[in-house]
Ligand binder design. Structure first.
Ligand code: UT7
Length: 351
């Protein structure tokens, strides 16, 4: 038995933030952002009336309806995010509560794999369906990045890239083993963990590096503190990225993990009907497209409108593509992602 995506949904906040809007806060320009990333605008959630979970809820309700089931049929939740509402508990249980499906006491799993979170979640869901453990898994990627970015020039290389939004999928069994999720491939390499990271607040206490750099966390408490004044003063409470290193690793590993999926299934690149890459940077997607010789209509990109929405980017793009009639029965759809960790992965789906 295979598993399949039976319903898709997405939600993006109404508030559009253009590149020019960001120039009010930092030294950047529409020209620089478009040239280096392809991004024209992104969405920001309402500070107080929207959250990672609330966006996930809207996306989930659409996916559940399109799968032709009711909320009560969901037997497991997988939630991928790097911007959870709380440090703990994770968003999985919050989504369960917000959807009002607490009576069935289903399991909820949170995935912390950043940009590859949706592909990792899809692979986990696929194994659970194949083993017969669950029949209607709700898989969500949702991010509210806007609340944790450095809006000064110091943070411009990261801040201009990210946007908010959520995407959801319902995963069900597929009796026809020539259809559904054909294969998934997951990888990681922690060598460069800190090169794209949101390090503090965290429990590291300086363990992986220079304690001085972070300011000794909580010298006057027995256990230390997650956040120190020094961390706040020096902007260590924001994500940081070595963009060039990430870019170089991304282009190589995107291509390699797609090739791996094709080799496993005996398919070739030109048989891909639609590649939906994680929307990290339009230049990365174009590089991958070129390396497989794919036409423009074989690759779906929407980073221009939404920026990089991390775990939400693939399900948002896949849903939009499906809504636009670009994903049809019999199509070979390829998903691929690379990001912080580094972690990366791919999936091939016969729709
Ligand atoms: O989804 C997670 C995975 N993330 C990625 O895949 C991101 C991969 N990396 C990238 O997309 C690119 O590296 C960036 C778009 C982040 C940066 O582009 P880049 O061409 O690698 O620029 P850079 O970091 O090498 O910086 C070049 C220059 C620097 O100025 P100097 O030192 O040459 O004077 C930066 O300070 O551009 C400057 N810069 C900016 N200028 C205007 C960096 N960010 C900005 C900005 N606006 N927003």
């Amino acid at each position: 038995m295979n598993s399949k995506i039976a319903g898709l949904g997405y939600y993006v906040p109404e508030n559009v933030v253009t590149n020019n809007d960001l120039t009010q806060y930092m030294d950047t320009s529409d020209e620089w952002i478009q040239e280096r990333t392809g991004i024209q605008e992104r969405r920001y959630a309402s500070k107080h009336s929207e959250s990672t979970t609330s966006m996930a809820k809207f996306a989930s309700e659409i996916a559940i309806e399109r799968a032709g089931i009711s909320k009560e049929d969901i037997d497991f939740i997988i939630f991928a995010t790097l911007s959870p509402d709380y440090y703990f508990p994770g968003c999985g249980v919050l989504l369960q509560r917000e959807l009002g499906i607490t009576k069935t006491e289903i399991g909820a799993l949170d995935i912390r794999n950043q940009c590859s979170g949706f592909v990792y979640g899809l692979s986990v869901a696929d194994q659970f369906i194949k083993s017969g453990m669950y029949k209607n898994i709700l898989l969500v990627g949702s991010e509210k990045h806007s609340m944790g970015l450095d809006y000064t020039t110091r943070g411009r290389n990261v801040t201009v890239i990210f946007g908010d939004g959520a995407g959801a999928a319902v995963i069900q069994p597929e009796e026809d083993d020539s259809k559904g999720i054909l294969t998934t491939h997951l990888h990681s390499d922690g060598t460069h963990a800190e090169e794209l990271a949101f390090i503090s607040p965290g429990a590291h206490g300086g363990y992986f590096g220079d304690t001085e750099k972070y300011g000794f966390p909580g010298e006057d408490t027995p256990g230390g503190l997650f956040v120190t004044q020094k961390m706040m003063d020096e902007g260590m409470i924001f994500p940081n990225m070595n963009g060039q290193l990430v870019f170089k690793n991304a282009v190589v590993r995107f291509a390699r993990v797609i090739k791996e999926a094709l080799a496993k299934t005996g398919l070739s690149g030109d048989e891909i009907s639609l590649l939906v890459p994680h929307q990290a940077n339009l230049r990365i997607s174009q590089f991958v497209q070129k390396s497989f010789g794919l036409r423009d209509d074989q690759v779906y990109n929407n980073i221009q409108k939404y920026g990089n929405t991390t775990a939400a980017s693939i399900p948002i793009a896949l849903t939009e593509a499906w809504e636009e009639g670009k994903v049809n029965e019999g199509d070979l759809v390829c998903l691929a992602a690379f990001g912080s960790g580094f972690t990366w992965g791919s999936a091939l789906i016969r729709w």
